[in-house]
Every structure is written in C-alpha cells, then in structure tokens.
Design a protein around this ligand. Structure first.
Ligand SMILES: NC(=O)c1ccc[n+]([C@@H]2O[C@H](COP(=O)([O-])OP(=O)(O)OC[C@H]3O[C@@H](n4cnc5c(N)ncnc54)[C@H](OP(=O)(O)O)[C@@H]3O)[C@@H](O)[C@H]2O)c1
Length: 222
C-alpha cells in the first residue's frame, strides 16, 4: 500500500477527509482536492489543490495542470451533496444540481484524468445505496436517488471502457456515516467508513470491476 498516489475529491471534511487521513496513515501520498481547505485538512500532510468545484468544468484544467503526466494509483470521486424533495413541491433546480454534482461531475473528473490512469490504477465512485432502485422502499429524495442511480450507471460503463486499459472501477456505498450530510445521524464514524472503503478498494481488481458494494463488503442490488 505504501508509495501509492491517491487523489480524493471533496477532501476537506466528512468521508473525504477521513479517506485522506487513512491513506496518509498507511504511507500513501494524497492529493486532496476541495473548494476550500478546512483547518483539519490543512493539519494533514496531504498535498492540497483548492478552488476545485467538481461541478465546474472550468476547474478541470487546474487539476490537469497540477498533475501533469503523473500516474494516479487511486482516484476517489467522493464529493457529493444531498437534498430532500417532496412530491408536489419539488425544487427542480435542486434536483438538477444534485445530478450535476453527484453524477456528471465524477464522470467529468474521471475523463479529465484518463491519461493519468494507467494499467493497475483504480477508480472509486462514492455512491449511495439510495441510488439502488431495488432497495428503494420508501420513495422521496428524487434528486439524490436519481443522481446516485445515474452515477452507478456511469460506473458500470466506466468499468467496461477502462478494463482494456487495465483500470478497475468500484461503485461504493460508504454506509450511514456520521457527517454533515446526515447531520451526524449515521451509525458509523467517518474513520470506520474510510477503513471499510479502503478494504474494498484494496480488493478491487479487473475481475470484480463494476461491482456495487456496501463498504461492509456486501454486494448491493442495482
Ligand atoms: N454520510 C452518509 O451517510 C453517506 C451515505 C451514502 C453516501 N454518501 C456519499 O459520500 C460522499 C461524501 O459525503 P459525506 O457524508 O462526507 O458528506 P459531507 O460531510 O457533506 O461532505 C461532502 C463533501 O463534498 C464536497 N462537495 C460538495 N459539492 C462539491 C462541489 N461542487 N465541488 C467540490 N466539492 C464538493 C464538500 O465540500 P464543501 O465543504 O466545499 O461543501 C465536502 O467536502 C458523498 O458522495 C455522499 O453522497 C454519504
């Protein structure tokens, strides 16, 4: 695991920050991408690239310029947003924003960094089981569910398209994690979630590429 070069989006807080810390603890080099670095992120030894709004195509060249021709061992598309909508008063601007941030942006970031992904590189998409159509037994959350289902679909296509290049793709639900996103109401700490996610990424291979996993290792239904 040591010496690996890891790039994480949305690294300033929550699961992205925990992934950054855990990879650093394991001896990896981490490039933390974020809009604005938090104090907690600045206290780590991660290299920082700030001003990166993943939903803003204009920031993609900044990532490219920073990385140059450097090979990324692990690219983690983690940045995401969650809103809630009620049928009858759906805020469609909010729905569209979730699609932009949660589904289009990870695909764009991955495409931007295609040349930095080489045989043996891995891409992780932090999705949600709320994007599972089979698992949807309670409705609502139109924008979030749609955006994560779309992300899962992009992940499957990426797994096929990147396989000839020797790049594997994991579609990962982190669990219900105590972060700002869920007002800290989760049942697992960001650190535990990060450890579990990293185990899944460790086990990711070209053979199991394109699988939709819970961080616990359970394979989730589409
Ligand atoms: N927490 C859970 O229970 C849970 C469950 C399932 C899936 N997830 C997924 O896990 C991932 C991380 O979520 P979290 O729980 O850590 O949430 P969080 O604490 O709210 O953190 C979200 C992160 O995404 C970043 N972000 C949001 N929009 C961005 C944008 N346009 N450009 C760049 N960065 C952006 C935020 O940066 P700013 O500080 O700049 O806003 C922040 O770093 C998300 O994809 C989420 O959908 C979380």
């Amino acid at each position: 695991m040591s010496e690996q070069f890891v790039v994480v989006t949305g690294a300033n807080r929550g699961i992205g920050l925990a992934l950054t810390k855990e990879y650093l603890r394991r001896g990896c080099e981490v490039l933390a991408l974020c809009r604005k670095a938090s104090e907690a992120l600045r206290e780590t030894k991660a290299a920082l690239l700030t001003g990166i709004d993943v939903a803003d195509a204009a920031t993609m060249p900044l990532i490219q310029e920073h990385l140059g021709t450097r090979t990324i061992d692990i690219l983690i598309n983690n940045a995401g947003i969650l809103h809630s909508e009620c049928l009858g008063v759906i805020d469609f601007t909010q729905v569209t924003r979730q699609l932009e941030v949660n589904s289009v942006a990870p695909l764009r970031v991955t495409e931007t960094l295609l040349d930095n992904l080489q045989p043996g590189s891995k891409v992780a998409l932090i999705t949600s089981r709320m994007g599972s159509i089979t698992d949807n037994e309670s409705g609502g959350y139109y924008g979030y569910r749609m955006s994560k289902a779309a992300l899962n679909s992009a992940g499957m296509s990426l797994s096929h398209d990147l396989k000839p290049k020797g790049v594997a793709v994991a579609i990962l639900h982190p669990g219900f994690v105590q972060t700002d996103m869920v007002a800290n109401a989760g049942d697992v700490s960001p650190q535990s979630a990060a450890e579990n996610l990293i185990h899944r990424i460790d086990e990711l291979s070209l053979e199991n590429s394109g699988t939709f996993w819970h961080a616990s290792g359970e394979v989730l239904p589409w």
